[in-house]
Design a protein around this ligand. Structure first.
Ligand code: ADP
Ligand code: MG
Length: 250
């Protein structure tokens, strides 16, 4: 079964006639287990809007979203909140770690909220933080660690619930190029060894070339979709070619 199926999703912002803005138009696609999909497109094209809807942070104006076969619209508010915590892991450009909590507290927060047993929390925390190489950071506060380390912690927090899908909105956007490369490697590792399904928005053709496929969005519509077939270098060139047709970004 697909992890996620988007059927004719549209999103209109604003209710007054003159302020209505159609940010997404009739978007349909499926995500299969283990996919690593990139999303690219000019600023303002609707990428974040799409991610927010896929992660049930926001609701579509029309269209349907199925996550692991469940129609999101059929869930009550409470069930939707539970669904989001259990099935979706988010990684944001600006990390979104709580400054008043330690890295450990930040990472386990989703499990605390969903009422997981303490020994299960401890077990998952140990395994994941060892795998992601951040065991030494657990007692530190976000302001005591680097951007790259913060994003590793955020990736750990996203993974700890064993989500059906990880949604990453420009996760390398605030990182220097070395930390950005490390994070991409980490996402690839998460995709391969945990078989995690990932959807990642990025402006960076090189980052996108690590994905299995790339969906291009323009003016709220799917404009093009590329699948990696050859090597990364060839895929990178193909991605650049599509980006050039957008005019000037990169
Ligand atoms: P991207 O992430 O591709 O830069 P967004 O999804 O953030 O694009 O935004 C798409 C369009 O929708 C933009 O024109 C933006 O100004 C508009 N938009 C985004 N969020 C809101 C909102 N909450 N209310 C009204 N308009 C919005
Ligand atoms: Mg955005």
């Amino acid at each position: 079964m697909q992890v996620l199926a988007a059927k004719n999703l549209s999103k209109v912002y604003g209710s007054k006639k003159n302020k209505r803005y159609m940010a997404l138009k009739n978007i349909s696609f499926d995500i299969q287990p283990g996919d690593f999909i990139g999303v690219m497109g000019p600023s303002g094209s609707g990428k974040t809007t799409l991610l927010n809807i896929l992660g049930s942070i926001d609701i579509p104006t029309t269209g349907k979203l199925l996550v692991s076969g469940t129609d999101i619209a059929s869930l009550s508010r409470k069930a939707l909140a539970r669904h989001r915590i259990q099935h979706v892991g988010f990684i944001f450009q600006d990390f979104n770690l709580l400054e008043s909590m330690t890295i450990e507290e930040n990472i386990v927060l989703p499990l605390m909220i969903s009422g997981e047993k303490p020994d299960e929390i401890a077990k998952r925390l140990k395994r994941l933080t060892e795998d992601l190489g951040i065991s030494a950071l657990l007692d530190k506060y976000p302001y005591e660690i680097s951007g790259g380390e913060k994003q590793r912690a955020a990736a750990c927090r996203a993974l700890i619930t064993n989500p059906s899908i990880i949604l990453a909105d420009e996760p390398t956007g605030n990182l220097d190029s070395k930390s950005g490369r490390q994070l991409l490697k980490l996402l690839e590792q998460i995709n391969q060894s945990y078989d995690a399904t990932i959807l990642m928005v990025t402006h960076d053709a090189n980052a996108a070339s690590h994905c299995h496929s790339v969906m291009f969005i323009k003016d709220g519509e799917i404009y093009n979709r590329l699948h990696a077939e050859g090597d990364k270098k060839a895929f990178y060139e193909e991605i650049l070619n599509v980006m050039r047709t957008f005019g000037g970004e990169n």
